[in-house]
Design a binder for this molecule. Structure first.
Ligand SMILES: [Zn+2]
Length: 581
């Protein structure tokens, strides 16, 4: 293939590596790829949102209907985390480029020709924007939405905040009101920046609320803002594994999969047992978060842990982000695991190598020392740290975050000021200048992991005459991939993690023993062992035996064609017709 298709691919980009696409632009982007490269790219909708937007899913790779090991990627399940959509599209574009380039040519400097060849046989499912309704609300006004901009809770008699653009400037940010009991003061160095008040600070002091109105306001008592006061469900608490109601888990939703978005994802995953890899994109922080979410590494399957250790080493090398245990470094409250989150579902219930990434390493860019537990980076910010952040915003982020305050006569609260923090670009998401690098490094890491896919092949098919009537047909089935055919050691018991089967169907001839037409041949190991699993030690460097191949044979009577089919729902099926002459 000439360079022309790759150049065509570049020409189709709507610029998602430098900016955030609206829903209409995202729709045009995925359709443009599907129209230009129908043999490599298919666009389907796995659901339609209440605001009538489609949940676009890209299926990438040649021969998209052939079942085979498949890798999943989703972005933007949280409304404000728009960078996830951009990274998802960048990965899709890199996969297309990989197919459009010459055989043997590497896809990127980080990917060898060997890895590229493996990746050309993997099927990819990419959902760039799980919450298009939420993303559109954030893009339009900057109002806070956790996942989806709707609320169906019947308990609505109490006073609560509803975010809105009250002053009509197109943005819904925050409001401050002078108050002798206020918890915040304005920075002397950075006008507009509010800081937590200390005992030495002089007035004025401020109360800070979302820009919006108070529903059921009694005229006196202002309700304390809550991030879910006008939007009910956090999609990442709505998945069915280890789900708990919202009395126990904020944002849980009315019941597991109560939302069309989470429901569509789970229905698709259930129909696709061949998904072996699941990356769930978030912002921000600059960290990969892996299982376990509820127990320390000592309780984790140690073969799984060795595999994740390898992924973590590549994460540091290719992206500069650490990979941490959800339980050990990412619990917001001590000993309080999250309920109903997506990667727990993908890991425990689907048996996929699942993890999340918080894109955009703001803390590192500002120059903060990494805290011992990663989650502490988000909360342990001193006043000096806040000032460094403000300086970074002014010098490196064109002042996009800290916005001026403007006076406004609020219909319920009287004299207020509107403005404050616009977190969209610089906090929740990287500035455009940082995005190309993030897209490139994340794609490199994801594709390296996807290249670990199991690869079952019929290596050798031999026939030997036993008598004028009888022929022995011998087949060697091998897994050439890194991963075993069961993917994760912890997932062996899942019902969709079936062992391999070998079928022999005759036409013209017949099997001497018809009972052997459908035979279980068990799972096959891959050649990978993760990192530091204890094997290959300096002082005892030996390998496994023949655990990655299996040889089976049938005796065939007469002349004809034997159709062989080997595989499982987990790794797909490999077929070959053998003529017995
Ligand atoms: Zn998130």
């Amino acid at each position: 293939m000439s360079a022309a298709p790759a150049a065509r691919l570049d020409a189709l980009s709507l610029g998602f590596r430098e900016r955030f696409l609206s829903y209409d632009e995202l729709t045009r982007q995925v359709r443009a790829w599907a129209d230009a490269f129908p043999e490599l790219c298919r666009v389907t909708s796995i659901g339609r949102t209440p605001e009538e937007r489609e949940l676009w899913l890209l299926t990438l790779g040649s021969d998209p209907d052939r079942p085979r090991p498949s890798a999943w990627l989703d972005g933007n399940m949280h409304a404000g985390e728009l960078c996830g959509s951009s990274v998802a599209l960048a990965v899709a574009e890199d996969i297309l480029r990989l197919h459009l380039r010459q055989d043997g040519e590497a896809a990127s400097p980080a990917s060898s020709a060997l890895a590229a060849a493996r990746l050309r046989d993997v099927r990819f499912y990419i959902l760039p924007r799980m919450s298009p309704d939420g993303a559109e609300a954030v893009l339009a006004s900057g109002r806070y939405v956790r996942s989806v901009p709707r609320d169906e809770r019947p308990a609505r008699a109490h006073a609560y905040w509803r975010c809105d653009d009250v002053d009509g400037d197109g943005l819904a940010l925050s409001m401050r009101i002078r108050d002798a009991g206020g918890e915040m003061v304005e920075s002397a160095e950075f006008p507009g920046l509010l800081l937590p008040r200390t005992v030495d600070d002089a007035a004025p002091y401020y109360k800070v609320y979302p820009e919006g109105v108070i529903e059921n306001f009694d005229g006196n008592n202002v309700p304390t803002p809550h991030f879910l006061s006008d939007n009910q469900t956090d999609l990442n608490r709505n998945f069915p594994f280890f789900w708990a109601p919202d009395s126990k888990q904020e944002g849980a939703g009315a019941f597991p999969l109560s939302e069309i978005e989470s429901r569509a994802v789970v229905e698709f995953a259930t129909q696709h047992p061949e998904i072996f890899l699941w990356l769930n994109l978030h912002t921000f922080g600059g960290v990969f978060i892996r299982p376990l979410g509820d127990q320390p590494d000592t309780k984790m399957n140690q073969e799984d842990l060795a595999l994740y250790r390898q992924l973590g080493a590549w994460a540091e090398e290719l992206t500069g982000y650490p990979m941490v245990s959800g339980c050990e470094e990412f619990l917001y409250e001590p000993d309080t695991p999250l309920h109903g989150d997506l990667t727990d579902y993908a890991y425990h219930q689907r048996g996929a190598i699942a993890y999340a990434v918080e894109l955009w390493d703001l803390f590192k860019q500002v120059g903060f020392e990494r805290k011992k537990r990663f989650v502490d980076n988000y909360v342990q910010l001193t006043r000096a740290d806040m000032l460094r952040l403000a300086a970074w915003d002014r010098d490196k982020n064109a002042g996009r975050v800290i916005r001026p305050w403007r006076r406004f006569a609020h219909p319920q609260l009287g004299e207020v000021e509107v403005g404050g923090i616009d977190p969209r670009v610089g906090l929740w998401n990287p500035p455009p200048e940082e995005m190309p690098r993030i897209c490139a490094t994340q794609a490199a890491h994801y594709l390296r992991v996807a290249a670990l896919a199991p690869a079952v092949a019929l290596d050798a098919v031999e026939t030997a005459a036993l008598s004028p009537e009888l022929t022995r047909l011998t087949v060697t089935v091998a897994n050439h991939g890194y991963l075993p055919t069961y993917i994760l050691a912890s997932a062996k018991a899942l019902t969709h993690n079936e062992a391999l089967w070998a079928d022999a169907r005759c036409s013209g001839c017949e099997l001497a023993d018809p009972d052997l037409a459908h035979r279980e041949i068990g799972h096959l190991d891959g050649w990978g062992r993760g990192l530091f699993d204890g094997s290959g030690a300096l002082y005892y460097a030996l390998t496994r035996g023949t655990t990655g191949t299996r040889t089976v044979s049938w005796v065939v009577r007469g002349r004809g064609v034997v159709s062989l089919r080997v595989g499982s729902c987990r790794v797909g099926w490999t077929t070959r017709d053998v003529t017995v002459a």
